[in-house]
Structures are given as structure tokens and as C-alpha cells.
Design a binder for this molecule. Sequence first.
Ligand code: R5P
Length: 327
Amino acid sequence: MKNNNSVLFALSASKKLGNNVAKYLHQELGNIEIKHFDDGETLVKSIDSLRNKDVYVLQSTSNPVNENLMELLIAIDSFKRASARSINVIIPYFGYSRQDRKTESREPITCKLVSKLIENSGATRVTICDLHADQTQGFFEVPVDTVSATYMLLKQIKKDISLHDAIIVSPDYGSVKRARKISNSVNLPMAILDKRRPKPNSAEIVNVLGNVVNKTCIIIDDIIDTGGTLIAACNVLKQHKAKKIVFAATHGLFSKNACHNLQKAIKDKKIDRMYITNTLDTIYNCKIDHLKIVDISPMIGEIIKIYQGIGYKTITNLYNKTKIRKE
Ligand code: R5P
């Protein structure tokens, strides 16, 4: 986007999504120079003047997390020093969001540290898609809008499959609130998986709370990372005689051997369908059968329009009018 008052930039981790958003808005992306020096340092600067402009910058702080985060911080600093009027930081996937509390003595709260860094660099507003825990908004003093793609995923699922024998499954206790909201909105029963993490990146599910016999289980999560939660969920749901498993998540990190393991789970008919959004550009590198990618660029485009005082005017109105969310 490049009109008289606004400029939209897409940084390295969100180039594809940024191009989609720009297309949706019938605008061009702003010209930005991102240089990586031989000593590992980065320089980011706008090619054109930003004086008195409203800047919108898209960057997922995904793997390589520290590299992408630093690039974002440097970009914000450069916009501030170029006298931008406002700096609207849109973070489709917010890395470190799961490190939002001390779970053991002497642990850091890195999510708060990262929030402070973004704010102190000069962000005047932050928009995050499906933030891991809503209360993280409080780590910022500038306004934060958290937006959800869950209902776009659900809309796609409803188009593809019949929900007559479906049940919404919360993959862990942390996701119960989200699952309950969804089950209420589509009028379906709900089950909860009793997940434990014996060590980081390892998931164990022993109990299922609810009856999943002969049901199509729709698991909706915010993140799929190593895929461990999903595979453990499939195993326990199949043991409890579930008929089909449909999985949807906003952020597809696909770390370690996730792609390979999930493709195998699809081939072995443990998972029937998967839905992930494109908050991470890298999602397109993962080739999995029966994986559908849901494009969130229309939602981001509409949110930018709201910030510009046009279109749906408020986020609640956007959700209601597009029926992507039932409040
Ligand atoms: C956990 O709290 C999250 O909501 C996800 O369930 C988790 O991050 C997924 O990670 P993985 O795919 O590695 O099990």
C-alpha cells in the first residue's frame, strides 16, 4: 500500500502474506531496503520519505525468531527516526508468545521482554493474530488489537464437511475457552484432552473428557509446532473410537520433523484433514496431503482499512458483518 498518507511494508518473514494484503488493498508494498552484512548485522530503511506517514509493517517473528525479531525492531526504529506519524506493527505470528509466565523458578518471561522491545523501539499500535494468551496484551502500554482467524478456519471446515456427527475437541486445558466459544457458536458438543508436557516439545495425552465414540473430532489449536500435540491427540482419540479427525490451527510452525510426521499420520489415516492459515510464509514449503491453507490477507486488509477509518470501521463490525466470528 502506498498512498499519500499510508505505507505498507512487508519484512522478510511476511513477504508472501504482505503481497497478498497489498493485492487485496489494490496497493503496492512500500520500497524497503533490508541489508545483511557479513558480520551478521542488519540494516533496514525505507527507500522513500516517511515524514508524517502512517506506517503499517507486517512481520511474523517466526523461525529464525531472533533474526526476524531484530529485523522488526530495527525497522520500527528506522520508521521512528524517519518521522513517521504512526507505526502500526502487525504481527501475524508472535514468537515467544508461549513464554508468558514463569513455569519454574528462575525462568525469564521472554514474551514480556519482547513486548517491551517492540514498544520501546517506537511501535504506536500492535496487532497480533491469535495471540497464545489474551492477557499478553497487558505486556504493552500502546494499544493492542488481537484478531482471530479461528472462525475463518471454521468457515472453511463447514464448507468442506458435514458437522452432523462432529464434536469440538480442546487439545489441552489452556484451549478450553476457545473451544467452548466455538462449540457454542456452532452448537456442537465439546470434549477436552488432558495434555501434559513431560519435557519441552513433548506432549502426552492420557485422558479424554467427553464422549468421542463414532464422532468427527474437530481439534482447533492456536499453534502447531512439532506436531506432537496433534499426533498424541489422534492416538488417544482413535483409542477412544473417534471416527474422523479434522485439525485446524492458525499458526503452522512445523518445526523439527513435523511435516514428515504429519504426512505419515495422514497416510496412516490417523488424521483426515488439516487446515492452517498463512500467518507464516513458510507454510507453503510444507507439502502434506489433505492440508488446506486458509488465506488471512482479506482479514488483515480489512483491519488496516479500519485503522484508516474506512471499511467496517470497527473490528466487532468486521466480525459481525463477515460472520467470521460470533461474539
Ligand atoms: C500449547 O499450549 C499450544 O496451544 C499448542 O498446542 C502447542 O504449542 C503445539 O505444539 P506441538 O505441535 O509442538 O505439540
